[in-house]
Design a protein around this ligand. Structure first.
Ligand SMILES: C[S@@+](CC[C@H](N)C(=O)[O-])C[C@H]1O[C@@H](n2cnc3c(N)ncnc32)[C@H](O)[C@@H]1O
Length: 252
């Protein structure tokens, strides 16, 4: 059962689905394509295995799943809870003739219908911020990853240089909502975007949450001056994780 907030988020994404890709590329000046490419490149070693199985959570219209496929991932599960997004995703999969590689599953990211330790890698692009609890989302991802499995989170973040920060704030909080709401014909979806980004943890805070959720070898890369960031980490093998959990228990 979805919470009232999750149902509202699903309704919003369902409403903007038909114009989602167009607005993504327009409002990011096409940078979103480069960001996804870089995010997947970080998984190069894992996805190059012949039998690599990846999960793309909050996949939306599937651009990150398609990028995983383009960079050679053998099998991908593309997962989202908005049916409208998944219909568009399916059309793109068929258009690009990759039905044999990408399977789509409609599901809530906080309650994934997969056995524990199933995936070699998990990606989540511009999705974590939308979950009721980013921490619970990361814990659920941790559960479905195999030991040593890799996580890549692509998400809007906080710009790091002062002048750019001011210019970007004007664009992101004043211009983008007007253009986005008008073109999507939704009264608040693109007002929700900057609001949700400002409430989301910054680069270092997210890194800390990932560690607390049991991810090791974590790090992040700023994109376009910190407008977005890629966070990455690994599910430590169970022995290491147990030790880390014990450390945390002792420290607290
Ligand atoms: C901003 S879009 C990102 C889509 C895609 N990953 C991309 O890179 O463009 C966020 C997606 O997350 C999905 N989403 C939000 N909360 C979710 C949840 N609890 N479970 C599954 N999907 C969710 C929405 O339906 C939407 O398609």
């Amino acid at each position: 059962m979805l919470s009232p907030r999750a149902s509202q988020i699903r309704r919003m994404f369902t409403a903007v689905a038909p114009r989602y890709d167009f607005l993504n590329h327009l409002l990011s000046f096409n940078m979103d394509r480069l960001w996804r490419r870089r995010a997947v490149r970080l998984l190069r070693q894992t996805i190059s295995a012949r039998d690599a199985l990846c999960l793309d959570v909050c996949c939306g219209t599937g651009d990150l799943s398609l990028e995983l496929s383009r960079q050679g991932t053998a099998s991908i599960v593309s997962c989202d809870f908005s049916h409208a997004m998944m219909v568009l995703n399916r059309k793109k999969i068929i258009r690009q003739h990759v039905e044999h590689r990408i399977r789509i599953v409609e599901a809530d990211a906080l309650c994934l219908p997969f056995a524990s330790r199933s995936f070699d890698a998990v990606t989540i692009g511009f999705g974590l911020r939308n979950l009721e609890s980013a921490r619970e989302g990361l814990e659920e991802i941790w559960r479905v990853l195999k030991p040593d499995g890799k996580l890549v989170v692509l998400e809007f973040s906080k710009p790091v240089t002062p002048i750019f920060k001011t210019l970007f704030r004007f664009y992101f909080s004043c211009l983008l909502p007007r253009v986005g709401n008008a073109i999507s014909r939704h009264d608040h979806a693109y007002t929700y975007l900057p609001d949700s980004v400002s409430e989301f943890p910054d680069q270092l805070q997210l890194l800390g949450i990932m560690r607390e959720c049991g991810f090791g070898r974590v790090g992040f890369v700023n994109l376009s001056g910190g407008v977005a960031a890629i966070h990455y980490g690994e599910k430590l093998d169970d022995g290491e994780t147990t030790n880390r959990m014990a450390d945390r228990f002792v420290q607290s």
